[in-house]
Every structure is written in C-alpha cells, then in structure tokens.
Ligand binder design. Sequence first.
Ligand code: G
Ligand code: G
Ligand code: MN
Length: 389
Amino acid sequence: TANCIQRAMEPGQKLFRLVSDQFIITDLTGRSVSDARLLYNRIRYEIACWIEAHQYQTVFTISAGIIDTKDRMNDYDQILKFLEFALNEAKLEGKNECYLFQKEDYHAWVHRQKLRKQLLHAVNNGFCGFEIYYQPIMHTREHSLVSAEALMRFFVPADPDADGDETGVARELVMISPAEFIPILEESGLIIPVGRWLVRTAAGVCKEWQKEHPGMRVQVNLSYVQVAKTDVLRDVREVLNEIGLSPECLGVELTESGYLDSNTHFKKLWDGLKKNGVLVILDDFGTGYSNLHCLGDLRPNYIKIDRSFTLKALNNQYEHDLMTQIITMTHKLGLTLCVEGIETESEFKKISELDPDYIQGFLFSRPQPAEEFYENLIGPAVAAAHLTA
Ligand code: G
Ligand code: G
Ligand code: MN
C-alpha cells in the first residue's frame, strides 16, 4: 500500500504511517485542496492497478480525509483529532471516498455526541429531561375532543458558555426538536427504553383523563427500530393490562417507509395490534410510501393525512379534488380519517367541507404538557358534555 501511495505522490510531499492501515501525507509546499483530491484519485488508481495485477487476490477500499491547514491550524493533537473525524466521515460516505474537513461538520458532530451522552444520561436517570406533549385530535363536525397524540420532547440545560452565567442558579432549559434527537435515539437503540416509557406514561395519563372524560384516547408514534428490535405487541399488552386501559383507547401511529413493507415483524405487529383491538393508524398518508397500496395491504383502522398534503389541497384545485376523492374513498372502505396541520379558521372551514372525521392542528392547540392539556382541553370537554346532557 505504501508503495502504491508513494508512486502517486509529488515532490515535497511526505508519507508517514500512523497506525496499522492508516497513513498521513503532509504537503507543506503550498499546493491546494484540489491537488489533494488529485493525489487521492491517483492513489486509488495505483491501488486499483495493483489489485488488478494480483488477480483480485486481495481487495480493499481506500478512504481519505483532507484537511486544509492554511487556516492557522498548527496544533498537532487537534489536527490528529480532526483527521480522525475526517477519515471517519469519508468511511461513512460509503468508503472509497474522500472527505474535505469542514469545521461546521465537526462542530455538528461534537454537538450530536454531546446530545447522545445527554440522552443516555437521561435514560439512566429515570428519563429526566424527557417530556411528553399532547396535541388534541378533534371531531370535525361536533368540535369535540376525541384523542391526543403523544409527542416526545427533550430538554437540556442551556449552554453555560452562551450566557456566562456561573452563579449556580438553576439554568434555563432549552427544548431539542424530536427531528434532531429521535434519529440519535434510533441509531443508539435508546428509542427502545424511551419508547416503552412513553407508551406507559401516555397510557397512564389517558387513564387519568378518562375519569373525567370517558372514552378519551391517546395515540403514540412508533419508529421502525422499535418494530424491528423489540416485541412491541407484548409491551403494549403488558401496559394495557397494568394500567387497565381498553385497547381501543390506544392508537399506534406507524409510517410506512418502504423499509417496513418488506419486514415480516412489521406485518405481524400490525396484525397483532389489530387483533388485540388496538387502533392501528397509518401516519403521514400521502407522503413517501404511505400510499394507496397500504390501504389494501395493511387495512389500517384509520389514516392521517400529512400536513404537506393538506397544504397542497388548500392551495390547489387539483390537489383539493384529489383529497375530496381520497376522503370519499376511505369512508366507502369504512376507514376513519384525520387531516393534520390545520392552523387557521379559514383552513378549518375549507377542509371541513370535505367532511374528514377528525382534525388535528395548531388551530385547536399546539402540543402541550399533560397538566396544561388537562386544563385547556379536558376541563372544557367535560363542561361541554354537562351542557349537552
Ligand atoms: O412534534 P414535532 O412536530 O416536533 O415532531 C416531529 C416528528 O417527530 C414527527 O414526525 C413525530 O411523528 C416525531 N415524533 C414525536 N414524538 C415521537 C415519538 O415518541 N416516537 C417517534 N418514533 N416519533 C416521534
Ligand atoms: O409525523 P407526525 O404526523 O407524527 O407529526 C406530527 C407533528 O406535526 C406534531 O409533532 C406537531 O407538532 C406537528 N403539527 C401538528 N399540527 C400542526 C400544524 O397545524 N401546523 C404545523 N406546522 N405542524 C403541526
Ligand atoms: Mn404522528
């Protein structure tokens, strides 16, 4: 390998072996990053020739991280750290690739590492930092509360560097978006304990709410990692038994992502949940793979129309007609339908004309903590029930 690399090098460049199969090439002659890329391509060519000449008895890839040390990088340890990161990024790009070091990428990676640690710490400390927010799902015609979607939130202390406040006073908390932390939970497998905790907590909260608002339901989102790696059906049944919540008061929202389609766990879980009376909900309908074939293959109890589709239907006649037909069709199939992402009265009016069963959106309420949900939604729902009684 070293010989191949050396054949590709230019005068003034130096080759060092770092450890095992890692090398460092330095160039202090003032050549540019594009010269570094050219060098990388020549190395790959030399190695490809060597492999070919040896009848493919050995095959390997060559990944490279490139650092431009012109911007005042002269700390050897730091450069090594950056190089390790850069090489790793190249490998993540699929190997046999080269990656040019970018400070922003490095900082994003450091941030993710920190968040990963905070998530792990939270899981090991009674899920402290995790919160569940609830967003109401309303009956379109009756304007009444039917269910709540449980949505995960994660809070971390504000960065102490940001405000320089070292007085020991409890620091402010900042909320991390699930779009950011759920992928990390999934990668690390932590989604499994956190997901179990969420189902248990949300089911318990729903049971409490039912004391005042009988028939109240709760809906949880499941990610494909949970489906693939744990026995979700067993977990769900255990929780329902323990809490004493009827299965039809728990909804499980799943998104068909193409991956799940071919997964036997997924079909088994889906059918098992249905057989046990739990509501199976096809989330994000109208995006990605959550499309017509799912209605046939999966036969969900109910489907949720994604906000992106709702927006199109609000702004375009053709999409509006399409949504009208989809709602008519799902009703003919005996399925329930929820339209997501309604933010204003005028949107509500326009979408109501299509007669979807349920509506979810900021118009009724943003996702909020259980106590606030209780005050703002359960209370008024109970009062309304008394009025009609
Ligand atoms: O609440 P918000 O719009 O920020 O959520 C962003 C995304 O995170 C949504 O797609 C939502 O489905 C997802 N999400 C929120 N809570 C959970 C959860 O508990 N489990 C999983 N798998 N996804 C969640
Ligand atoms: O992917 P999923 O359908 O689970 O995403 C649900 C998310 O959609 C919730 O986390 C919620 O924050 C978000 N959401 C719900 N209603 C609205 C809305 O009216 N407008 C916008 N922009 N987002 C919404
Ligand atoms: Mn959802």
